[in-house]
Design a protein around this ligand. Structure first.
Ligand code: NDP
Length: 407
């Protein structure tokens, strides 16, 4: 059985002291939730560095509010604006790839990896190589290069704590000492806005409809991925790398109420679940305080007010992204990087109304097939190799989209 070898997790060393935190992707949905937790307990945290791409105004506001030591944008054309926005403060600032890597190198106890997409690969890996405990939201790191990431974590003794709510839920009920007694892990899914739609109904949906997630407010990429259910496919790959389970021990259940976030089935028949209001501040606080707990303002569940918790199997025919994800996970090493790259391109094209909703899985499948035929998905997993697959997949997918008649 091909079982992933998730590393042992060591507690954050100076846990009793103030926690020094760096947030990659601080201006995004996860980043803002992380800073919300941090701002509510200033005696507990020191903010070392905040990193964003281009959103200078929000980054500068955040850096001032939390008294960050340093703030950096990845896009070097935004450097002068950031410098101007932080004038009159002693907050160090910079722009561009080198500045991002220098910010990551500043001593911190934990780095929140919340950049979106494959753009997060290099910076998140750099944080790991610097020996930082990772609170990982950027699932694309594990989708694109999970073997490389978790192998590096094991080699360096770096702890990776899952922020993604389903994986954090499973982490909370996964008895690491009893891993061999586990039958399967189960990720729940809201089913997204089109849970009850037929394929015909999905054919005509607009970006605005797809951007209405039933329970969470998130960045646009992950919201569309939730509507196609590719997000759940990514999470299957993510779970395989985070936990010592085989590919066929990761299941999905559609659970529209989103009260139960993840479950672990043990061989004695026990099914352990984590429940809570759908709010990313719970998993973030869990990572910050782990192996302890900390206060959050998250709404408490009142189970007496919940009339029904329902669960159903996902429909692989209406949501072919699930089949694509399982098949990429079982395929050659580069297949999951191609899966992610093609999805990034296809989702962006859908948001720009250049393709239809159902073209998203079609574009991804065509891209992976083309790469496979060209023999470009094999080989060992390295950062350069992953970035090469990512780049070719983007080109193939872009060409496939350009050849489509406009919707
Ligand atoms: P958003 O789109 O809201 O935010 C993305 C963040 O990444 C922004 O801060 C953006 O900066 C930054 N960024 C983008 N490109 C770069 C780059 N090249 N270098 C540095 N920073 C960059 O995304 P989310 O917060 O929704 O998601 C972040 C990650 O967390 C994704 O991988 C997602 O799958 C995962 N996740 C998200 C959840 C959620 O509830 N949103 C739940 C679980 C996982 P700027 O603002 O300047 O563009």
């Amino acid at each position: 059985m091909d079982v992933s070898a998730a590393p042992a997790r060591a507690p954050i060393e100076n846990h009793a002291e103030r926690l020094r935190v760096t947030v990659l992707g601080s201006t995004g949905s996860v980043g803002k939730n992380a800073l919300d937790i941090i701002s509510r307990d200033p005696a507990r945290f020191d903010v070392v560095a905040l990193v964003a791409n281009r959103n200078v105004d929000e980054l500068a506001r955040q850096a001032r509010a939390v008294g960050a030591d340093c703030a950096v944008v990845a896009d070097d054309t935004c450097g002068p604006d950031l410098n101007e926005a932080l004038s009159g403060t002693d907050i160090l600032n910079g722009a561009g790839r080198t500045a991002v890597l220098e910010a990551i190198d500043r001593p911190a106890d934990i780095v929140v990896g919340a950049i979106v997409g494959a753009a997060g690969l290099e910076p998140t890996l750099a944080a790991m190589k610097a020996g930082r405990t990772l609170a990982l939201a950027n699932k694309e790191c594990l989708v694109c290069a999970g073997g490389l990431f978790m192998g590096t974590a094991t080699d360096l003794g770096v702890t990776v704590l899952p922020v993604d709510s389903e994986h954090n839920a499973i982490f909370q009920v996964f008895e690491a000492g009893n891993a061999s007694e586990i039958e399967k892990i189960i990720l729940t899914s809201s089913g997204g806005p089109f849970r009850t739609f037929s394929r015909d109904e999905m054919a005509g949906v607009s970006p605005d409809q797809a951007l209405k997630h039933p329970n969470f407010s998130m960045g646009s990429r992950i919201t569309i991925d939730s509507a196609t259910m590719m997000n759940k496919g990514f999470e299957v790959i993510e779970a395989f790398h985070l936990f010592p389970v085989s590919k066929d021990q990761v299941d999905i259940l559609v659970h529209p109420q989103q009260v139960v976030h993840g479950l672990v089935q043990y061989k004695d028949g026990s099914l352990l679940a984590q429940m809570g209001a759908p709010d990313m501040r719970t998993p973030l606080a869990h990572c910050f305080a782990w192996p302890g707990r900390m206060d959050t303002p998250v709404e408490r569940l009142d189970l007496s007010q919940i009339t029904a918790l329902t669960f159903e199997k996902p429909d692989f025919d209406r949501f072919p992204t699930l089949r694509l994800a399982y098949s990429a996970l079982a395929g050659p090493v580069g297949a999951t990087a191609a899966l992610n790259a093609a999805d990034e391109i296809a989702v962006a094209a859908f948001l720009q109304r250049r393709i239809r909703f159902l073209d998203i899985p079609a574009a991804i499948e065509a891209t992976i097939d083309a790469l496979d035929r060209r023999g470009e998905l094999g080989g060992a997993q390295t950062l350069d190799g992953t970035l090469a697959v990512d780049s070719i997949a983007r080109k193939i997918c872009t060409d496939w989209i350009a050849a489509r008649p406009a919707p």
